[in-house]
Design a binder for this molecule. Structure first.
Ligand code: SAM
Ligand code: SF4
Length: 465
């Protein structure tokens, strides 16, 4: 038995929420491993249990507190608990009251201070051990460590220790926080003010990933296209479209994705970059939220339907067909049947390939909290169902068009039970396929596949050999 491994501090981390959170966890894991911790797959095996939380909707937040309550009994075994991410930032020290077994509360704007916080956590543990002679914290002296930087921080969480699990495609954060303050949204309060990384540092990370064998990079930000290069060199600053193109030009990189784009900051130069740089994927996620100008205005989205449709027109005029996807909220305070009908008509007009749909959920601190959330939950659910049924019809028709066409896919894995390979197209569509055993593809490679059948959310095909 390897004693050094056995005596190593261990941690378990569970991640809730969006891609930003998934990638934040990759950075947190890398930081902990660098600090001498070992990641384990179960709560039972861990000394430190971390939850990277999401508070975008009420349900997401409740899930975290349920999970924390479930594991309270493990405190008696000397385990430590930490809450990271949006719920941590939103609820702050109140978490210690609601879940007294938690010792660490840290928002995403403070992750760069994690190494110091871990030292404090361990020192507290030692003090408790000396006092009580056991690994349990001494009674009456709970350990409470906080990292709750407010909106004022200018720093990004940059680390060279990111622990990416997929060896072929990986995320790079280019911008953190948000200054848009949409009426319903908690993000500006939980992720701090908008701050961009320098293009030099983003490109250095992209080159480093290419050297390690990554071929696909996804640039991340709450609004990636609000990117503002803080680089000091005169003439050296890049716009978002220039940064996209530069990442796409990194030798070895075959695909560059970016999400999420905000309609207000979506310039024509992004479409031009997709037209000229073949490695930039032909997919744009451009959340509209509502098709009604009245609701867009109440949501403080900073654009009209017409302006949104103008951006859609730029994309539709591109040389390559660009797949467009969106987020939509139903039941925002004051949304009438007519407003909702305008959202349905917008779905038709755009022809999205996929839409994430949400029922409006009132969130702490947000401007819309002051509005009466008068639409009953049942009615929100009805609108959601109507919306999803309409979108399904649209997708059935859209996906059908690809039957008979050949697309390059990145091989993502194998579904043994179906005898199929799992592939993803540049448009971000799932294209599962069969291949002769003699030419079975490797995961992470790119192969041509002819689509032979379509479903509402995916395509089926055969590898072209
Ligand atoms: N920054 C992106 C944008 O502005 O399009 C969106 C980021 S947000 C993390 C993801 C999605 O969550 C939003 O596009 C919105 O549809 C949904 N969302 C945010 N707050 C919500 C709320 N209070 N109720 C329901 N859905 C919400
Ligand atoms: Fe939230 Fe609006 Fe910022 Fe998107 S742009 S993160 S919806 S406040």
């Amino acid at each position: 038995m390897n004693m050094s491994v056995d005596s190593q501090k261990t941690f378990y981390i569970e991640t809730f929420g969006c891609q930003m959170n998934v990638h934040d966890s990759e950075k947190v894991i890398g930081t902990l491993v660098h600090e001498g911790y070992r990641q384990v797959e179960t709560v039972e095996k861990a000394d430190l249990i971390l939850y990277n939380t999401c508070s975008i909707r009420d349900k997401a937040e409740q899930k975290v507190f349920h999970r924390l309550a479930d594991y309270k009994k493990l405190l008696a075994q000397g385990k430590k608990f930490g809450v990271l991410g949006c719920v941590a930032q939103q609820e702050g020290e109140k978490i210690f009251e609601r879940a007294p077994h938690v010792s660490l509360v840290c928002g995403s704007a403070s992750y760069r201070n994690l190494p110091q916080m871990l030292v404090q956590l361990e020192a507290g543990n030692q003090a408790a051990t000396e006092k009580s002679g056991s690994r349990k914290p001494a009674a009456g002296s709970p350990l409470r460590i906080t990292g709750l930087d407010d909106r004022e921080t200018d720093e990004c969480f940059e680390t060279e220790f990111t622990a990416r699990t997929n060896p072929h495609r990986g995320y790079i954060t280019i911008i953190e926080g948000c200054d848009k303050f949409c009426a319903y949204c908690v993000v500006p309060f939980t992720r701090g003010k908008e701050r961009s990384r320098t293009s030099d540092s983003v490109l250095a990370e992209a080159r480093q990933m290419a050297d390690l064998g990554y071929t696909e990079i996804q640039l991340l930000g709450q609004n990636v296209n609000s990117y503002k290069d803080p680089a000091g060199k005169p003439g050296g600053k890049k716009t978002f479209a220039e940064l996209l193109a530069a990442v796409g030009d990194v030798p070895g990189i075959r695909r560059v994705r970016f999400t999420t784009s905000h309609p207000r900051d979506f310039g024509r130069d992004i479409v031009e970059a997709i037209d000229t740089v073949p490695t930039l994927c032909d997919h744009v996620h451009l959340p509209v939220q509502s098709g009604s100008d009245r609701v867009l205005n109440a949501m403080q989205r900073l654009y009209t339907r017409e302006q949104y449709m103008e951006r859609i027109a730029w994309m539709k005029a591109a040389k390559r067909e660009i797949s467009i996807t969106s987020d939509i909220i139903v039941g925002f305070p004051g949304e009438t049947e007519e407003d909702f009908a305008e959202t349905l008509s917008l779905l038709e007009e755009v022809g999205y390939d996929s839409v994430f749909t949400f029922k409006y959920s009132p969130r702490p601190n947000t401007p819309s909290l002051a509005l009466d959330d008068a639409i009953p939950d049942q009615e929100k659910s009805r609108r959601l169902e109507v919306l999803m049924a309409k979108q399904k019809e649209i997708q059935i028709a859209r996906y059908k068009k690809y039957i008979g066409t050949v697309s390059e896919v990145m091989v993502e894995g194998r579904n043994e039970s179906r005898g199929q390979w799992i592939g993803r197209t540049s448009q971000n569509k799932t294209l599962n396929f069969t291949a002769p055993e003699s030419s079975a593809p490797k995961v992470g490679t790119y192969v041509p596949v002819r689509a032979t059948a379509s479903f509402p959310n995916s395509l089926l095909g055969e590898m072209v050999v």
